[in-house]
Design a protein around this ligand. Structure first.
Ligand SMILES: [Cu+2]
Length: 67
């Protein structure tokens, strides 16, 4: 499935990349596109392997806040 997660705390391309990498490492994530301008991540994932809370936890662990 696909979901969009609002992210707070990103201020540059490095932040964007950190979030993207963190999401890509979550098992079950197919693709993660993070937009710095929109402050959100579009994530495609296999809901049998990953849950929304896992995606948010990865973002928080990377140092940002997810809504
Ligand atoms: Cu940054």
């Amino acid at each position: 499935m696909k979901t969009v997660i609002k992210i707070k705390g990103m201020s540059c391309g490095g932040c964007r990349k950190s979030v993207e990498n963190a999401l890509a490492r979550v098992p079950g994530v197919v693709s993660a596109d993070v937009s710095l301008e929109k402050a959100e991540a579009s994530v495609e994932f296999d809901e049998n392997k990953a849950a929304l809370k896992d995606l948010k936890a990865a973002i928080v662990k990377a140092g940002f806040s997810a809504e």
